[in-house]
Design a protein around this ligand. Structure first.
Ligand code: NDP
Length: 481
């Protein structure tokens, strides 16, 4: 069993029980981690709270240098971390390598920002007495970071780096099914000499340790990424204690393909956006709306591109021109995607590619394209967290925008066009927290990212991501006469 990390020490937890970590491609047990309890959560939060006393006083430059040291160690262990991610998550080596690259980029971004946090000076009226005001920016205390299973490392980085660089301490709760690489990263932070207790990792099931973590009196800030259903539950738990929250939740991003689009580029972008990580993306086109005029051409290009995707073991390269796609992360996820697809077909959708169930080991699903399912079908209304691409024909931009907005979600959206009026309308009228023009959906570290509607609220990435880990405190300085 690989222990969790509390106050700089590995521990098997108060109960001493374990949870198996399974390779989704082979269904074999890779390792196990402790099944955390409320007592472990309490120990981790107390350790983080004790560490906060000194950590908040450290120089921002020293904090940045520690993070840079940890980044160098991640670079050193890049291969091992990549393979660890491949085995516990299921994604192919290229994608796992891409995730580590994105993690490192994000950590560097916040190491650079650590020394650039500024407050302000404000002259004040002297009617009461002569005084001026300052707005200083203080860390908040202990942060709880709850991370999902699809991008365990980048979504760890988007919380850990701004939290620590702002001077907070942290307790991380990785998904029960993807704790191993997170524990390795936390170990590297310790090797880089982050003080014990600044970073803690609690393993176990969200349903068992989640409530204790979110409601703990000493947790001041909860950074959650995961499904909308669990997000709602966490918001309810946090409300009585008025925790500051960021809610990065589910999505069902629309993609509009206009008649003037570069169809080849659109097909390529849509395929990457939908089938990367075997479709287990928060961002990523999950509903495609294509103008009548270019529908046949796009479908033909997409079918050709997606036909190259070949499900298989993440550590085995596909032979060109095939492109490797890994398994879904869990058996439940696989069964859910088949159920959503069946519903789409029952509702009049036409199967263009894939759709057949696979026998054998591993939670593999064949990349699938379905056209024009009913507008109230599950693939239109819900998040589809797997390699199924539904496509609808539309007659004009009004219809495309109306259908794009006909969803409870509002995470991302994109349009393929070179027409400035179309771009302007999509930028202003489609309800989503982030939009792309002629590009697949990618979360840049430099830009604030977060959803609207049932995709949540609050921002990660960018300067704004750091702001969510700081408290603005006004100080009035008098006695000047
Ligand atoms: P879940 O919501 O099932 O789980 C997310 C995290 O919450 C896991 O660590 C989970 O732990 C934990 N959790 C579960 N129950 C509780 C609880 N009662 N209290 C506290 N924590 C709990 O999501 P998935 O891991 O399945 O990830 C997929 C979802 O995440 C999709 O909806 C996807 O769109 C969304 N997502 C959103 C992103 C965004 O930026 N908006 C980015 C990436 C993903 P455990 O695993 O132990 O159950």
């Amino acid at each position: 069993m690989t222990g969790m990390l509390i106050a700089g020490e590995r521990t098997d937890g108060a109960a001493g029980e374990g949870i198996d970590v399974i390779d989704p491609a082979t269904e074999e047990r890779i390792d196990s981690v402790p099944r955390g309890t409320a007592a472990d959560v309490d120990a981790a939060v107390e350790a983080a709270d004790r560490a906060f006393v000194d950590w908040q006083k450290t120089d921002a430059e020293d904090r940045a240098n520690l993070l840079r040291k940890a980044i160098a160690l991640i670079e050193r262990d890049r291969k091992d971390l990549t393979m660890s991610l491949v085995h516990e998550q299921g994604k192919p080596v290229t994608e796992a390598g891409g995730e580590i690259h994105h993690l490192i980029h994000g950590l560097n971004y916040y190491a650079d920002l650590a020394t650039k946090v500024r407050g302000s000076y404000q002259p004040l009226p002297s009617a009461l007495s002569k005084a001026y005001g300052m707005v200083i920016r203080r860390p908040m205390g202990v942060v709880a970071a709850i991370v999902p299973n699809n991008f365990p490392l980048t979504l760890l980085g988007t919380k850990l780096a701004p939290a620590l660089m702002a001077g907070n301490t942290i307790v991380v709760k990785p998904a029960a099914t993807t704790p191993l690489t997170t524990l390795k990263i936390a170990e590297l932070l310790l090797e880089a000499e982050f003080p014990p207790g600044v970073v803690n990792v609690i393993t176990g099931k969200g349903s068992e340790v989640g409530d204790a973590l979110v409601t703990h009196d000493k947790v001041r800030r909860v950074a959650f990424t995961g499904s909308t259903a669990v997000g709602r539950h966490i918001m309810g738990l946090a409300a009585p204690k008025l925790k500051r929250l960021t809610m990065e939740l589910g999505g069902s991003d629309p993609v509009i393909v206009a008649p003037d689009a570069n169809i080849k580029a659109a097909a390529r972008g849509i395929a990457i956006g939908r089938f990367w990580n075997c479709g287990q993306m928060c961002l990523g086109g999950k509903r495609i709306y294509v103008f009548d005029e270019v529908y046949d051409e796009l479908l033909e290009q997409l079918t050709r591109t997606v036909g190259k995707y070949e499900p298989g073991l993440g550590w085995e390269k596909a032979e060109k021109p095939a492109i490797r796609v890994g398994p879904l992360h869990t058996a439940d996820g696989r069964d859910e995607i088949h159920a959503q697809l069946q519903d789409a077909l029952d509702g009049g959708g036409e199967l263009v590619l894939g759709g057949d169930k696979r026998d054998g080991t591993g939670y593999f699903v064949n990349p699938t394209i379905v056209t024009n399912p009913a507008l109230d079908s599950r693939v239109a209304r819900e998040e589809t967290f797997g390699p199924v691409l539904p496509i609808w024909k539309v007659s004009d931009l009004d219809e495309a925008i109306r259908l794009s907005n006909d969803s409870e979600y509002g995470l991302g959206a994109s349009v393929w066009t070179n027409d400035i009026r179309t771009i302007h309308r999509v930028a202003n009228e489609v309800e989503a927290g982030m939009k792309w023009v002629n590009q697949f959906h990618y979360g840049y570290d430099e830009l604030p990212f977060g959803g609207v509607k049932q995709s949540g609220y609050g921002k990660e990435h960018g300067q704004e991501g750091l702001d969510y880990y700081l408290e603005d405190i006004s100080v009035v300085v008098g006695g000047l006469e």
